[in-house]
Design a protein around this ligand. Structure first.
Ligand SMILES: [Zn+2]
Length: 377
């Protein structure tokens, strides 16, 4: 007897399947016979994918600048897992852990290499903020919650320190087992070429389609040589849309040249969620239909590719043994304006509507899901 069977779910390849869940894990996918304590029969139009993972969010409720509640950006919008990208450092990450334990959404953290995280906007302007032994102690206190480190390497953050904080981040990474490193890029200095040269396989560049001078493209619209080499070494690209870091023009040109993101993430927090231009991970994902990506490419970027980049080895795939994290959604076709972070608007035709998030077998139906009444609850 399974705990739950969802029947007639539509996968992104348009196959209709049943999914059985047992003890918080996926037990079977395909034509499932047998019984369950709970069964949900879908009407064949609702899509189901592995649970969406947002690789870059801000959900430390006490952050003075970038705060939000995990469930507002998580299960309420179909996202089953969020990764707080450096809101906290060694001094306050325990508080982030504590405050997110009651959330339905699964929360992980990338630890800011600066002790106090993003309490100010220039957390790496004082190198004394980078305390290697405090980072190591935090990693030992919260293994399984802190899954990597974050360094914001742009002029307003590093002040006069140039590339030095990134060199220290690489040392911290190597001294702690080579865990994932996410590097934020923004205004220069330091120059993106210099940043890219420091990065190695598995390192993640976030804000990869930003429209600032430190963009990945040259003024002629070609991929910078240093970024090209970094990608050849296995450096990963993360979208990290945010209030100021996503340009349709850059993304469209890059994607047309085959420079696709590894992960699509939102960089969401309460302000850009409520006022835009981010709104939700689903809204950010919808933008990629308009600039040259397919449904399965987009879903890959928030499921197995996100899990791979962050080494969440038990997530991201609809296969027996993986965590029973699922997102149910529909696609709607209608003309709606979409806005990037640079003030450019384009008309979107296809949009994601998340209906429910299932986390370790537990359901949260979104407001749209309730309105559509597609689950025989
Ligand atoms: Zn961010």
């Amino acid at each position: 007897m399974f705990d739950l069977i969802i029947r007639r779910a539509r996968l992104v390849d348009e196959q209709l399947v049943d999914i059985a869940i047992q003890d918080g894990k996926i037990a079977a996918v395909g034509q499932v016979s047998g019984q369950a304590k709970d069964e949900r029969l879908l009407d064949g139009t609702v899509y189901l994918s592995a649970g969406w993972i947002d690789s870059h969010v801000h959900c430390y409720p006490k952050s003075p600048i970038y705060h939000d509640e995990a469930d507002n950006i998580g299960v309420a919008t179909g996202v089953t897992t969020v990764v707080d990208a450096g809101s906290t450092g060694a001094a306050d990450v325990d508080d982030l852990w504590q405050l997110t334990r009651k959330a339905q959404t699964q929360v992980y953290a990338l630890l800011n290499i600066a002790r106090t995280g993003i309490v100010t906007q220039n957390e790496l302007a004082d190198l004394k903020q980078i305390d290697k032994s405090a980072v190591r102690a935090a990693l030992q206190r919260l293994p399984g919650f802190i899954i990597g480190i974050k360094a914001r390497i742009s002029s307003s953050v590093v002040g006069e320190n140039g590339i030095r904080p990134l060199q220290l981040a690489k040392e911290i990474q190597q001294e702690n087992g080579g865990l994932p490193l996410m590097v934020h890029i923004g205004n220069n200095p330091p120059n993106l070429d210099e940043i890219a040269e420091q990065l190695s396989a598995g390192d993640i560049i976030t804000h990869c389609y930003n429209g600032k001078p430190n963009r990945i493209l040259t003024p002629e619209g070609e991929l910078r040589q240093a970024v090209k080499k970094a990608l050849q070494r296995g450096v990963r690209l993360d979208v990290g849309h945010g209030s100021a870091s996503f340009s349709f023009e850059v993304a469209r040109r890059a994607i047309a040249q085959g420079i696709l993101p590894d992960t699509i993430s939102s960089d969401i927090y309460c302000r850009n969620r409520i006022d835009g231009p981010v709104k939700s991970l689903a809204h950010v994902m919808s933008k990629f239909f308009s600039i040259g990506m397919t449904l399965s490419q987009i879903i890959d970027c928030v499921t197995w590719k996100a899990a791979e980049g962050l080494r969440l080895t038990h997530k991201g795939r609809l296969e027996p043994g993986f965590d029973a994290d699922l997102t149910l959604f529909t696609l709607s076709n209608e003309a709606r304006p979409l806005l990037d972070s640079e003030g450019e608007t384009l008309e979107g035709q296809t949009h994601f509507t998340p209906l429910a998030a299932v986390v370790a077998g537990q359901w949260t139906v979104t407001d749209e899901g309730k309105a559509k009444n597609v689950f025989d609850l």
